[in-house]
Design a protein around this ligand. Structure first.
Ligand SMILES: [Zn+2]
Ligand SMILES: [Zn+2]
Length: 344
């Protein structure tokens, strides 16, 4: 699946020149898609906290310069050899799952999500912070007409992650499900949890997000600054699931006692610090802690179609590609409301 590069015209890209380096806006030649690949004219690309892996070189083996971006929405501009299931002009997206090897033990079992050689756009190959991008066909997702490019982009990472984590959590309609953190992930998690028919408790720090959490579909708002959130959940009978979205291991650790019998802490807020838990906290009540990473492009299909069906939408701030550095800084500040999206 080699890709060759031939000049057909200039395009702008926002690249990271080296681990820890500042963004550079440079012009590159538009690449040609190799066999099994398509060329996408990128229309929008979400700026995700995981882009820090590329920006700061926290993922092993990244080759620089590298163009980040794994929340891509665009239009197929050209088909590589052997591509038959997709058409030129078709609206497509690419998310975190940017391709699998189809040969490892996980792939042989159909568990593509856990492919040992998972390809990630913006890490394994150049991602969506550019005007044209190459992608292998197994990474493509069709975008429903009703979703705009800037709406679809964040659904391909933040959206699929919260949707997929919740739908595999074991929680049933009517169960108490808590969403910790009202940010890029959490504001989508609350909406999905509401549409899944859960009794939704949103956990935020301070009173300022209470009204918004309710508007997004939370039945209960818990201010973890003013109260002990785990105690509040216990008073409600204990949560069947707590989906932890804010990247704070300390905050996650403090919530474990808020789980009900057979309850599960589902961890999707990525951080390198350890979660602290005493074995006895898990043993009494048979509690579980589980991590969850995004999903396959087929899961993204489900996410986008569910969003189409139910009206779940990301709240976004948009920046032009030329302001990628500013957009990234805004995302890193934690003050964005809530997903930052680049437009080309
Ligand atoms: Zn992401
Ligand atoms: Zn594999």
């Amino acid at each position: 699946m080699a890709t060759t590069k031939v000049a057909v015209g200039p395009m702008k890209v926002a690249q990271v020149p080296k681990a820890g380096g500042d963004f550079e806006i440079v012009e590159r030649e538009i690449p040609k898609p190799g066999a099994g690949h398509v060329l996408i004219k990128v229309q929008a690309c979400g700026v995700c906290h995981s882009d820090v892996l590329t920006k700061d070189g926290l993922w092993p083996g990244i080759q620089y310069p590298r163009i980040p971006g794994h929340e891509v929405a665009g239009i197929i501009d050209e088909l590589g050899a052997g591509v038959s299931a997709w058409k030129k002009g078709q609206r497509v997206g690419v998310g975190w799952h940017g391709g699998q090897d189809n040969t490892c033990v996980s792939c042989r079992r159909g568990d593509f999500r856990n492919c040992r050689n998972l390809q990630i756009p913006g890490i394994s190959y150049d991602g969506g912070y550019q005007q044209y991008m190459l992608a292998p066909v197994e990474a493509l997702v069709a975008i429903p007409e009703i979703l705009s490019d800037v709406e679809a982009a964040p659904l391909l990472c933040a959206g699929i992650t919260t949707y997929n984590a919740l739908r595999h959590s074991g929680a049933m309609p009517g169960d108490l499900v808590a969403v910790q953190g009202i940010g890029g992930l959490g504001h989508l998690g609350i909406q999905f949890a509401n549409k899944f028919g859960y009794k939704v408790a949103a956990i935020g720090r301070g009173p300022e997000n209470a009204a918004l959490a309710k508007k997004l579909g939370a039945n209960i708002y818990i201010d973890s600054k003013a109260t002990n959130a785990a105690e509040e959940l216990k008073k409600l009978g204990g949560a069947q699931v707590i989906m932890a979205t804010a990247p704070s291991s300390k905050a996650m650790s403090a919530l474990i006692d808020g789980l009900g019998p057979n309850g599960k802490l589902v961890v999707i807020g990525a951080t390198f610090d350890p979660i602290e838990v005493a074995p006895i906290q898990l043993i009494s009540g048979s509690k579980t802690i589980q991590g969850w990473a995004a999903g396959t492009p087929a899961d993204s299909d489900d996410t986008l179609q569910f969003a189409e069906l139910t009206g779940v939408r990301p709240m976004i701030e948009t920046y032009p590609l030329e302001k990628a550095a500013e957009a990234y800084a805004r995302m890193m500040s934690g003050n964005a409301q809530f997903r930052v999206v680049l437009t080309m």
